[in-house]
Design a protein. Structure first.
Length: 210
């Protein structure tokens, strides 16, 4: 992994984690205030550089220094997007994504993978095959990264809001137009003459055959 001196360029904002340097170019961020962007890297200085690059979004930022720690935070909830390094000791970035996609709780979370190596077809095929939103090669441009994260997050939030509206609309329609109750099926012996035992007709048929 590359250090922060290489990770961010001259346009990196001089703000600390959680601080804002003013509105972004291209509009303000529409992220809800209660969901975090989780940044995962095994180098402290890289984490700080990424936090500084994303701080102008004005959004809550979380951090993890390993794949296992990232999974724990994901399972606790309240993560709206994952910015994840591919190459880490132990549980790597692709391993984290594979586990996420198996769980309903986390399979919908957008993931952006970071790699300090040149992009290759094998890595790209594995990442996009797991539904990764994008694969970014370090060093990254801070403004480009912010723009990418903002659009990915906003698109995901719009999708979630639309799905919630559809569910609410279906619920209202079901309340107004309840499904008709299916009539009970008649008993197989309901049309037999009263007082005759269930096997009477069967016995008569047997006698007729003889």
């Amino acid at each position: 992994m590359l250090r922060c001196a290489l990770l961010v360029g001259r346009r990196s904002p001089s703000v600390g984690p959680g601080q804002s340097s003013g509105p972004l170019r291209g509009g303000t961020c529409a992220m809800p205030p209660n969901a975090r962007i989780l940044i995962v890297d095994d180098h402290e200085d890289t984490l700080y550089a990424l936090e500084s690059a994303l701080a102008p979004l004005g959004h809550l930022l979380g951090r993890a220094t390993s794949g296992d720690e990232a999974l724990k935070q994901l399972l606790r909830g309240n993560v709206g997007l994952l910015l994840l390094d591919v190459h880490m000791p132990g549980t790597g970035g692709l391993d984290v994504v594979r586990y996420m996609r198996r769980l309903e709780q986390t399979q919908h979370i957008p993931v952006v993978l970071l790699t300090g190596f040149a992009r290759d077809r094998q890595l790209g095929a594995a990442a996009y095959g797991l539904g990764v939103a994008d694969l970014v090669t370090k060093p990254v441009d801070p403004w480009a990264l912010r723009t990418k994260i903002r659009h990915l997050y906003d698109a995901h939030q719009r999708r979630l809001a639309l799905e919630a509206e559809v569910r609410a609309l279906r619920a209202r329609l079901e309340e107004r137009n309840p499904a008709p109750a299916h009539p009970a099926l008649p008993h197989p012996h309901a049309h037999m003459a009263p007082g005759r035992p269930a096997g009477a007709q069967t016995g008569e048929l047997e006698r007729d055959r003889t």
